[in-house]
Ligand binder design. Structure first.
Ligand code: EPZ
Length: 425
């Protein structure tokens, strides 16, 4: 990358990674064909397709459309190497258990943001009647030979993944399930609306109390994935840090409210255009917005914290952001410092003191959003930067080099063998 250029142009946001992945898993609950439209083309989506193929689903990927036809009797176990490929392999647990009466999984992979246990997923499924045994070699075997039964479950923390697991488990359980303290992220709402489109009886969507009346089965459907709010935040913070003016389309203003507030406090201007677009403009010289912290929706999203930090590396003054969600969100701080930033991490807080300039450096992406944050820093830096470990970034962005090249950034991706994957038999 050659940094130091302002960004100009327009870009349409893709479908949300954290929505399409649970929806692809939920398709296993359906007895007919599911067509997902406006899906992002990501390595995590390809990993999901491999899991779907492995359990016997026919999957056709055509551009941003994914057609999934589950078999009459899906397989019920996911091999460890597929489980390890991402955190989202965990989303297959509930659909497999609900559809086949058992599920055998290993520990999921995903970004090393902290311990990331799955106790809330397992405890909730146990409350619904699942028999859970831990496997010697690691992983779990869950059985519910007579199906799952509705239960009143209170989540000790509004976990996005646990809410999605229990929501999927409840759709075809016997009786009523009430989830108290459910997560309210837009991607949870999107999954609920997908399930409703397949015939699920869910009320309270968008609130922290979800009530689900189990039905005998779900049928095939077609569903468009909601826009990716973190990709939108990535572009907004890139423009903020580099300077320039960019039109973003296919966005939802409510999903970006907290990011927009922080950016305006830092001196950017954000002009909404109609219901699904906005123009962000920045001089590239920001005012440090002081301290803030992340939280569960509708608070400032944890995934955007490293991205906001990257935009503030050259801001005038000091900033600090506490991530209340994960223990190790700011592994990218090391890369920031290699580019000349003044950044330090103490427990869950990242502290920044703006510097006049950043200089290009060789850095390694520690995780998905940390990697994207290093791209944003390199776009601002004078001179050449090389970022390795970009397979982390490919999990959540269709092609981050193209995303920013089309806006005027000088980003070239070293040619790499696009991983192939077998299409449906
Ligand atoms: C989802 O992860 C997202 N991933 C994450 O995005 C996002 O950062 C996170 O939600 C928070 O919004 C997907 O949707 C695929 P959690 P998830 O369960 O479900 C603890 C990205 O970059 N916890 O809400 O794993 C957990 O350790 C990714 O796109 C338990 O203790 O998040 C964490 O500290 C990164 N026990 C906190 O809760 C459990 O059983 C929040 O986790 C589950 C979670």
């Amino acid at each position: 990358m050659e940094g130091g250029r302002k960004l100009f142009g327009s870009v349409r946001m893709p479908g949300a990674k954290n929505s399409v992945l649970p929806i692809m898993a939920a398709a296993v609950l359906c007895t007919g064909t599911v067509t997902i439209t406006d899906a992002p083309v990501l390595s995590d989506v390809r990993a999901c397709i491999r899991i779907l193929n492995r359990i016997g689903c026919t999957v056709m990927l055509c551009g941003t459309n994914i057609r999934i036809t589950p078999p009459e009797h899906p397989g019920s176990s996911i091999p460890p190497e597929l489980m390890r490929s991402m955190r989202s392999s965990l989303f297959f647990l509930a659909p497999l258990l609900a559809r086949t009466g058992q599920a055998e999984i290993g520990m999921p992979g995903g970004c090393r943001l902290g311990a990331r246990p799955i106790d809330m997923h397992l405890e909730g499924l146990a409350r619904m009647g699942a028999e859970i045994t831990e496997k010697q070699e690691g992983g779990w075997m869950l059985k519910a030979p007579h199906g799952l039964k509705g239960a009143h479950i209170t989540l000790r923390f509004p976990s996005v993944g646990a809410t999605e697991t229990l929501l999927m488990a409840a759709c075809t359980a016997y009786g009523t399930t009430v989830l108290h303290g459910a997560a309210r992220e837009p991607e949870v709402t999107d999954l609920a609306q997908f399930l409703q489109s397949a015939g699920a009886q869910i009320s309270g969507v968008g609130t922290s109390e979800l009530c689900i009346e189990g039905t005998e089965f779900l049928f095939g459907t077609q569903f468009a994935v909601c826009p990716d709010r973190i990709t939108a935040a990535t572009v907004m913070f890139a423009v903020a840090g580099c300077g320039g003016e960019v039109l973003l389309t296919n966005i939802r203003h409510a999903d970006l409210h907290c990011c927009a507030q922080l950016l305006e406090r830092a001196g950017c201007s954000i002009a909404p255009l109609g219901k699904s677009a906005a123009v962000i403009a920045s001089s590239g010289r920001l005012r440090a917005p002081g301290s803030w912290q992340t939280g569960v929706y509708p608070a400032f999203p944890t995934d955007a914290a490293p991205l906001a930090a990257a935009a503030l590396l050259r801001a005038q003054g000091e900033s600090a952001v506490l991530d209340s969600i994960f223990e190790n969100r700011f592994a990218c701080a090391e890369g920031f410092c290699r580019m000349g930033a003044q950044a330090s991490v103490c427990s869950r807080t990242l502290r920044l003191r703006g510097v006049p300039e950043l200089c290009g450096a060789h850095v390694t992406a520690p995780d998905l959003r940390g990697g994207a944050a290093l791209v944003l820093a390199a776009l601002q830096a004078q001179g050449t930067s090389v970022i390795t470990g970009t397979e982390h970034i490919d999990r959540g962005y269709e092609n981050i080099a193209v995303l920013f090249s089309q806006l005027g950034g000088a980003v070239t991706a070293a040619e790499k063998q696009r991983e192939g994957f077998e299409m449906a038999q």
